[in-house]
Design a protein around this ligand. Structure first.
Ligand code: DX5
Ligand code: ZN
Length: 235
């Protein structure tokens, strides 16, 4: 069981979309570990954002992995296009997929890291059943659709329960957490067992590089205070 550094994934949803390539370069220069791309279709969530075309457009701007979070009613229709566009991690909501096993296998067949996403009150058991077929679990800490929302505190216990489950079964998986994470609650999220931290407004508001460094220091402190979560991957 490996215990890697905790990774930070800025969410491009909070970047200036008129200068997306520049924002991508800034994230890499500031020391981001991967880039979180939020795809929304106006059906699964009440907002519209970007699709494979934009993923392909930003792909040449960075060597960082592109972590594509698909908030789509029919993600099975689009995973091939996202893979082709240059996505490295592709996650799909269990609430949106009828045949989850088939879709996760498809994402892995495309050579991508497959993730399952759970909304804040979706039973964790949905993730437990999918663990053998995925590479990471993304726990939403807000109702998906918009940046800048408040972290739902009950999600901390969900992170802990999922981490306990993984340790009990000796399974290596990342736990990604997305929504409402900022300097004030980051330590709690890390101590609960998250290994991939998504943040939009918490990083893009103000100076991105300074915020990222601040996040790193807070993570280092949190890790020292608490036993490191076991069971996350080093990929
Ligand atoms: C919300 C998105 C998040 C969002 C996070 O639906 O999935 O990735 O951009 O933004 P903050 O960190 O501002 O909540
Ligand atoms: Zn997201």
């Amino acid at each position: 069981m490996s215990t890697p550094a905790i990774r930070i994934a800025p969410s491009l949803l909070s970047a200036d979309f008129a200068r997306l390539g520049e924002a991508v370069r800034q994230c890499e220069a500031a020391g981001a570990d991967l880039l979180h791309v939020d795809a929304m279709d106006g059906h699964f969530v009440p907002n519209l954002t970007v699709g494979p075309l934009v993923v392909a457009a930003i792909r040449p701007y960075t060597r960082l992995a592109l972590d594509c979070h698909l908030m789509l009613a029919h993600p099975e229709r689009y995973v091939d296009a996202f893979a082709e566009a240059g996505a490295d991690w592709i996650s799909v909501h269990v609430e949106a997929v009828a045949h989850l096993h088939r879709l996760l296998e498809r994402i892995r067949t495309l050579g991508k890291r497959a993730g399952v996403v759970l909304n804040p009150t979706t039973p964790l058991e949905y993730a437990y059943e999918a663990i053998p077929y995925c590479d990471f679990v993304l726990l939403m800490a807000v109702n998906p659709g918009f940046a800048g929302q408040e972290f739902i505190p009950g999600v901390l216990r969900r992170i802990e329960r999922l981490r306990e489950f993984l340790e009990r079964h000796r399974v290596v998986r990342d736990i990604e957490v997305d929504g409402g994470i900022h300097a004030g609650n980051l330590a709690e999220v890390v101590r609960a067992g998250a290994t991939v931290i998504v943040s939009g407004s918490g990083l893009f508001r103000g100076n991105l590089a300074e915020n990222l460094q601040h996040f790193r220091r807070l993570i280092a402190d949190a890790v020292q205070q608490a036993p490191r979560p076991k069971g996350s991957s080093s990929q």
